[in-house]
Design a protein around this ligand. Structure first.
Ligand code: GLN
Length: 247
């Protein structure tokens, strides 16, 4: 009897083992689940329902080089890190700044883009010209973005936090806030398509975008860094830069 139970258990374990490998684990196979937040043009945005942009082309090229099929998962920006911790996604590419706070819980690849914060104001506003003009004002940011961290550090600013960039821009258009602080490239993009908005370029808070990888995925991190190096060396990076950033 004991022998019989033993073999049943064994068979069950074998079935679980097979299911375990093919059924649950996402990484390790040929697909790489990549989390992003598609409202950060020109890095990732929706074009007729399809997620496109600089980051998307970059990660697809990385996938090609490391032999993985890229599966993009679109979610809220502040849900990206928790989703990766919960293993719902394998990596993140989302114009994400490699900062020390995030480095506590994830590893970042070598940087692929250098950016900075910018201020968006109504085109009629004359008295906001630098970050020093923000104290005492209502300033919109997106919750958890680096813009939020930068503005929160300036004393006496009335920080209004929104869940999405589009919401912060709507608040600015509705004059509920005096300014919005956002990464330079998407800010420039908003200014380009909204003639009532004006962009103030600043050199505050230089930051670098990187791909976030779980701490325990050292091998994958190495593969991505190697692919990034290839992309920077073989002309692909320059092609993407001029496609998305040349005026
Ligand atoms: N670079 C900013 C950050 O990491 C904003 C990123 C984004 O909105 N996708 O917080």
């Amino acid at each position: 009897m004991r022998k019989f139970i033993g073999s049943v258990l064994c068979a069950a374990l074998a079935v679980f083992a097979v299911l375990g490998v093919s059924g649950c684990k996402k990484s390790g196979g040929d697909s790489l689940y990549v989390g992003t937040n598609a409202e950060f043009a020109p890095f990732e945005y929706l074009d007729n329902g399809t997620i496109v942009g600089f980051d998307i082309e970059l990660i697809n090229e990385i996938g090609r080089l490391i032999g993985k099929e890229i599966v993009i998962k679109n979610m809220a920006f502040d849900g990206l890190l928790p989703a990766m911790q919960a293993k719902k996604i394998d990596i993140i590419i989302a114009g994400m700044t490699a900062d020390d706070e995030r480095r506590k819980s994830v590893n970042f690849t070598d940087p692929y883009f250098t950016s900075k914060q910018a201020i968006l104001i109504d085109s009629g506003t004359e008295d906001i010209k630098t970050f020093e003009d923000l104290p005492g004002r209502d300033v919109g940011v997106v919750l958890g973005y680096t813009g939020d961290m930068v503005v929160t550090d300036i004393p006496e600013v009335k920080v209004q936090r929104y869940n999405a960039t589009s919401e912060a821009i709507m608040a600015l258009n509705a004059k509920k806030v005096d300014a919005v602080v956002l990464d330079y490239e998407p800010a420039k993009n908003y200014a380009k398509y909204n003639e009532n908005l004006k962009l103030i370029e600043t050199d505050l808070a230089r930051e670098e975008y990187s791909i976030a990888v779980p701490k325990d995925q050292g091998e994958l991190l190495g593969q991505i860094n190697k692919a990034l190096e290839t992309i920077k060396g073989n002309g692909t990076y320059d092609r993407l830069m001029s496609k998305y950033f040349n005026e």
